[in-house]
Design a protein. Structure first.
Length: 211
């Protein structure tokens, strides 16, 4: 009788209740595997790492090359509704900085996206960037400081610089000097993984020896 009741509950449970938790990557070209095969991008490597480490999470990548924070804000609610993520890796702002857009607007847009994630009960890992000094040192400093400020204000996990250990190394950057090569992708994941790990909870099975 108890077994029959359990089976009835499973069959009538909402699909979202049975689905594996989702990690939504919400970024720009740095997360969209620009210029390299998509399967070699760090987001795909993350899915493999999760599986090897015993986690059931599914990675969904809604990143768009060239995306700004204003563009990201216009589609965040749709993405959150579609994917129902447990965790959002928010990696936007680089294109705002490269175009010299308002840093105030960038911060407001990121704040609004963080608030949207929280309305959907998703934890946020904020990923920061740095930019060349094209628009002067004051602009560069304000841009760089935006991410720690937002992380502190909103009590978020933070990776301060996406390309730490990669930027400025020709062997790890594509010819445009802005996008990492396929060889750099494991390094990007290694930088991000320790910040993501506390948000994942406990694995559902022991990790494999190959990790």
């Amino acid at each position: 009788m108890l077994l029959r009741l359990f089976l009835i509950m499973i069959l009538h449970a909402p699909a979202c209740a049975l689905a594996a938790p989702t990690i939504l990557i919400y970024g720009d070209s740095l997360s969209a595997a620009y210029g390299i095969p998509r399967e070699q991008g760090w987001s795909n490597l993350l899915q493999q790492r999760l599986q090897r480490s015993g986690y059931s999470h599914v990675v969904a990548n809604a990143s768009i090359s060239g995306e700004t924070t204003s563009g990201g804000l216009t589609r965040i609610d749709k993405a959150l509704t579609e994917y129902q993520p447990q965790i959002v890796i928010l990696e936007l702002g680089a294109n705002d900085g490269l175009r010299g857009l308002s840093i105030t607007e960038m911060r407001l847009n990121l704040t609004a996206m963080i608030a949207a994630c929280r309305r959907h009960r998703a934890s946020v890992l904020l990923v920061g960037m740095r930019i060349p000094p094209n628009y002067g040192q004051r602009y560069v400093t304000e841009f760089m400081e935006s991410y720690p400020i937002l992380a502190k204000e909103n009590h978020l996990a933070l990776l301060e610089f996406m390309l730490d250990g990669v930027a400025g190394r020709p062997e790890l950057m594509q010819e445009d000097g802005l996008h990492p090569t396929a060889a750099a992708q494991p390094r990007l994941l290694e930088s991000l993984w320790p910040r993501l790990l506390p948000l994942l909870g406990k694995p559902i099975r022991p990790k494999q020896r190959s990790d």
